[in-house]
Design a protein around this ligand. Structure first.
Ligand SMILES: CC(C)(COP(=O)(O)OP(=O)(O)OC[C@H]1O[C@@H](n2cnc3c(N)ncnc32)[C@H](O)[C@@H]1OP(=O)(O)O)[C@@H](O)C(=O)NCCC(=O)NCCS
Length: 116
């Protein structure tokens, strides 16, 4: 992610394709100083647009720690729906936590775009 006005690198947003390009997962991270401006929401929405309209992806997923409120809000603002919790599925070194799963279908994204 680069800021348009000065080209400064803010962080990264990634798309991982699977299922012969029909499904994908998104992930995002901002530098701490770049948080609080909805940059991740804007960049991830652009990437979803690209995935749906240019690549023809049918379903996009994301997973996050259930207590990661900023990440959950980014996903909810874009239109991802909470689909469930994978219990004790995410390990960081010796610590395990639940993993919240979010999903967005191409038709949901298209109908959201039509409403804007
Ligand atoms: C997740 C991340 C990219 C979001 O950054 P961001 O786009 O700048 O998000 P913002 O700071 O604008 O916050 C998004 C929303 O969460 C809310 N929020 C953030 N921290 C919050 C907190 N501690 N309590 C309540 N709400 C909070 C904001 O108010 C905002 O709400 P809004 O959309 O209703 O206005 C950033 O926090 C980050 O890089 N975190 C570390 C890496 C990470 O967790 N990545 C995701 C892994 S799945």
């Amino acid at each position: 992610m680069e800021r348009k006005r000065d080209g400064k690198v803010l962080g990264d947003v990634a798309l991982f394709l699977s299922g012969n390009g029909r499904t994908a997962e998104v992930g995002f991270t901002l530098h701490p100083w770049a948080r609080g401006h909805h940059y991740a929401t804007e960049a991830t929405a652009r990437l979803v647009d690209y995935a749906v309209f240019d690549l023809g992806v049918h379903r996009i997923e994301a997973s996050t720690h259930p207590h990661n409120i900023a990440s959950v809000r980014v996903l909810e603002r874009i239109g991802f729906l909470a689909e469930g919790i994978r219990r004790e599925a995410y390990w960081v070194e010796d610590e395990v936590s639940d993993d919240a799963i979010y999903g967005l279908l191409a038709r949901e994204w298209m109908s959201r775009r039509d409403q804007d």
